[in-house]
Design a binder for this molecule. Structure first.
Ligand SMILES: Nc1ncnc2c1ncn2[C@@H]1O[C@H](COP(=O)(O)OP(=O)(O)O)[C@@H](O)[C@H]1O
Ligand SMILES: [Mg+2]
Length: 599
C-alpha cells in the first residue's frame, strides 16, 4: 500500500478510528460529560453578554432621571456585567481543566499501549518499518491527537453550542432581520466546504513532508559514521535542505490557505453586518424592534462570524489530527507478532536438546529461506553451522528463542514445542552472542548485568574475568563504572565481543547461540575471544555459526546449510573426506586455516 492509497482510505476510516479508540475514551466519560456541561454554561453566558447593553438602551435611557429604581437597575446591570465575565472565565477554566486532565491521561495511556504493542510486534514488522516512522507515531502523532482532543474538539463544541443558541435567540427577537443572516449562510457554507477541502489537502501534504524530513534526520543520524568516512556530509546536508525546504513550502501553503479563508469570512461578516444595520435601522424607525434589539443583533453577528471561524479553524485541526489518529490505529491494529500462546507455561531450566522438525520459514511469502529442516542438536555439546552468506544460518538459530516462528514445522527443546512455553521463560534459557555486539550507553557493569538484572557485582566481575575482559576493563578510566559510547565505539571489536560474552556468561543460560562471534576480528583478538568463549561454552548446548576452523573442528556435530537446506552433517574428519559443500568451504572460506589456536 502506498502512502497515497493510505491517505485516500483515511476519510472513510476516521470514524472507525475513533470507534477503535473508544476503549481509551470510555474511562473518561465523566470528565468529558462535565466539560460539556461547563461549556454549555459558558456558551449561555456568551449569549447573555450583549443583554446588559440592550437593557441600558431600552430601559434606562428611556427614563428622564437617574434616581430611585432606575439607579438600582443600573447598578444591577453593572454588577451583571462583572458577574458574567467572572463566571464565563470560571467555567472556561473548569472545562479546560477537565478536558486537559482527561486528554492528557488518555494520551499517556494510549502512548503506553502503543509502546507495549510495538514490543510485541514481530521482527518482520520492525524490519519492514522505518524506525523514524514508528517513532513519530508514538511521539508526535499522539501529541497531535492530544491537541485535537483537548483544544480543538472543545472549541468546536463550544462554538457550535453558541451558534445554535444564538440562532434561536435571533429568530425569537426578529425573524425578518434574522433572514439576512440566514441568506448569507449558504455562501459561507460553500466557501467553507471548498476551503476546508483545500486546507485539509495542504495539511496532508505538510504532514507527509514532515514525515519525510524526520526519516532523513533519523537515517543520517543512524549512519553518521558512514557519512563521515565516505565524505557524504554535503550530500546529507543537501537532502536535508531539500526536504526541509519542501516542508517549509508546504507548511506555508497550508497556513496561508487558512489565513485567506479567515480573511474572506471577515469581509463576508462585515458585509452582513452592514446589511443588518441598514435594514435594522429601518425596523427600529418603524418601531418594529427597539434600538437595544438592534445592538444585540449587531453584536451577535460579530460573534457569529468569530465562532464560525473558530469552529472551522479547529475543524481543520481535527481533520489534520485525523491522519495521525489513523496512523496510531493502524499501528495498534498490526496483529502479527510472536506472542505467548494461550496456556503457555513457564519453562523449567532446559537440559538443552534442540530439535527442528520439518521446519520451513520465510520472511516474505514466496521467498522461502528455510526448507524442511530436520535437525537434532544434542544437549551439552558443541554444534557448528557452516554455509555461505545468505544460506539461512542466522535465520535458523533465530527460531530457537522465537524471534520468529516457523512458517511450518516445529522447534522443540527437550522434546517440547517452544511455543508451549512463555516467551520470557523460553528466552531465559538462551544466551546469544552476535557478530556485532550491541552495547548500551551505560557503564560496563550495567552492560554485563544486562544478561541478568539481579547479578551481583562479584558475579559481574567473575564473568568479566572468565570472558578475558577484566584486565582491559580494570585499565579503563573508571573501571567497571566507565560509561560506554552509544554503540560502544570507544572499544575495539574484540573488547566489545568479550563484554558481550561476559554478558552471556552472567546469564548462565543452558543454551548458547554464537552467530559469527569471531568474524571481523584479527587473529590476536580472535584468540582472546575464543578463550572467552571456552568459558561460556562449558557444559552448555552450544550452536556456533562460524568459519573459524579450529572452532568448527572441535565441534561434536557440524551442519552444512545451503540455500536453506541441510546438505551435509557430521564430524570434521568425515566431512572433509567426502566430496561436497563442506570441503569447498574448508578450502575457500575457513578463516584460520593457517593459524593454529590452542584448543
Ligand atoms: N530480516 C529479513 N527480512 C527479509 N529477508 C531476510 C531477513 N534476514 C535475512 N533475510 C534473507 O534470508 C536469507 C538468509 O539470511 P541469513 O539467515 O541472515 O543467512 P546467513 O546468516 O546464513 O548469512 C537471505 O537471503 C537474506 O537475504
Ligand atoms: Mg548470518
Amino acid at each position: 500500500m502506498t502512502a497515497r492509497d493510505a491517505e485516500d482510505t483515511s476519510k472513510v476510516s476516521a470514524w472507525r478510528s475513533l470507534v477503535r479508540l473508544r476503549a481509551f475514551l470510555v474511562p473518561h466519560w465523566r470528565a468529558i460529560g462535565l466539560a460539556l456541561v461547563l461549556m454549555t454554561a459558558e456558551a449561555a453566558i456568551d449569549l447573555l453578554k450583549p443583554w446588559p447593553l440592550k437593557l441600558t438602551l431600552d430601559v434606562i435611557l428611556k427614563r428622564d432621571a437617574l434616581a430611585g429604581s432606575t439607579l438600582s437597575l443600573l447598578v444591577a446591570i453593572s454588577l451583571l456585567i462583572v458577574a458574567l465575565a467572572v463566571f464565563e472565565g470560571l467555567f472556561a477554566y473548569l472545562a479546560a481543566l477537565q478536558l486537559n486532565r482527561a486528554g492528557r491521561t488518555l494520551v499517556f495511556e494510549l502512548r503506553s499501549a502503543l509502546f507495549d504493542h510495538i514490543h510485541r510486534l514481530s521482527l518482520q514488522f520492525h524490519n519492514r518499518r522505518s524506525t523514524g516512522d514508528v517513532m513519530t507515531r508514538v511521539t508526535s502523532d499522539v501529541n497531535n491527537l492530544r491537541e485535537a482532543l483537548t483544544e480543538s474538539v472543545a472549541e468546536i463544541v463550544k462554538n457550535v453550542l453558541f451558534l445554535v443558541g444564538m440562532g434561536a435567540v435571533l429568530f425569537w427577537l426578529d425573524w425578518r432581520l434574522s433572514l439576512i443572516l440566514l441568506a448569507a449562510t449558504p455562501i459561507l457554507c460553500l466557501a467553507m466546504i471548498r476551503y476546508g477541502a483545500r486546507v485539509k489537502e495542504r495539511s496532508r501534504v505538510e504532514r507527509r513532508r514532515e514525515g519525510a524530513l524526520a526519516a532523513v534526520v533519523h537515517e543520517t543520524l543512524g549512519t553518521i559514521r558512514l557519512i563521515r568516512v565516505f565524505n557524504r556530509e554535503e550530500e546529507a546536508r543537501r537532502r536535508f535542505r531539500a526536504e526541509s525546504t519542501a516542508s517549509l513550502e508546504s507548511g506555508l501553503a497550508a497556513t496561508m490557505t487558512g489565513e485567506r479563508f479567515s480573511w474572506m469570512v471577515d469581509v463576508l461578516g462585515d458585509v452582513v453586518t452592514a446589511l443588518v444595520l441598514a435594514f435594522g435601522v429601518q425596523r427600529v424607525m418603524k418601531g418594529a424592534i427597539t434600538a437595544g434589539t438592534l445592538v444585540v443583533f449587531v453584536s451577535y453577528i460579530r460573534s457569529f462570524y468569530k465562532s464560525l471561524k473558530g469552529a472551522v479553524k479547529h475543524a481543520a485541526r481535527v481533520a489534520k489530527a485525523a491522519a495521525p489518529v489513523e496512523r496510531i490505529v493502524e499501528l495498534l491494529d498490526v496483529g502479527e507478532g510472536v506472542n505467548d500462546l494461550p496456556g503457555a507455561v513457564q519453562a523449567r531450566r532446559a537440559r538443552g536438546l534442540i530439535e527442528f522438525q520439518n521446519v520451513s520459514f520465510a520472511y516474505e511469502p514466496q521467498h522461502p529461506v528455510l526448507n524442511e529442516i530436520n535437525l537434532v542438536v544434542p544437549a551439552g555439546r558443541l554444534t557448528a553451522i557452516v554455509g555461505r552468506t545468505g544460506s539461512g544460518k542466522s535465520t535458523l538459530t533465530s527460531l530457537i528463542p522465537r524471534l520468529y516462528d516457523p512458517t511450518s514445522g516445529r522447534v522443540l527443546i527437550d522434546g517440547e514445542d517452544v511455543r508451549g512455553w512463555t516467551l520470557r521463560s523460553l528466552r531465559a534459557q538462551i544466551s546469544v552472542v552476535l557478530q556485532e555486539s550491541v552495547l548500551l550507553q551505560a557503564s560496563v557493569a550495567e552492560n554485563i548485568a544486562y544478561g541478568r538484572t539481579d547479578a551481583t557485582f562479584e558475579e559481574i566481575e567473575r564473568a568479566a574475568r572468565a570472558a578475558n575482559a577484566h584486565d582491559f576493563i580494570a585499565a579503563m578510566s573508571e573501571g567497571y563504572d566507565t560509561v560506554l559510547g552509544e554503540r560502544g565505539e570507544t572499544l575495539s571489536g574484540g573488547q566489545r565481543q568479550r563484554i558481550a560474552i561476559a554478558r552471556a556468561i552472567v546469564r548462565n543460560a543452558p543454551i548458547v547461540i554464537l552467530d559469527e562471534p569471531l568474524t571481523g576480528l584479527d587473529t590476536t583478538a580472535a584468540a582472546a575471544v575464543v578463550e572467552a568463549l571456552n568459558h561460556l561454552m562449558e557444559d552448555k548446548t552450544v550452536i556456533v555459526i562460524t568459519h573459524h576452523l579450529s572452532t568448527v573442528r572441535r565441534a561434536d556435530h557440524i551442519v552444512v546449510l545451503s540455500g536453506g537446506r541441510i546438505v551435509q552433517q557430521g564430524r570434521h574428519d568425515e566431512l572433509v573426506g567426502a566430496d561436497g559443500m563442506y570441503r569447498e568451504l574448508f578450502q575457500a572460506q575457513f578463516s584460520d586455516v593457517m593459524v593454529s589456536v590452542s584448543k
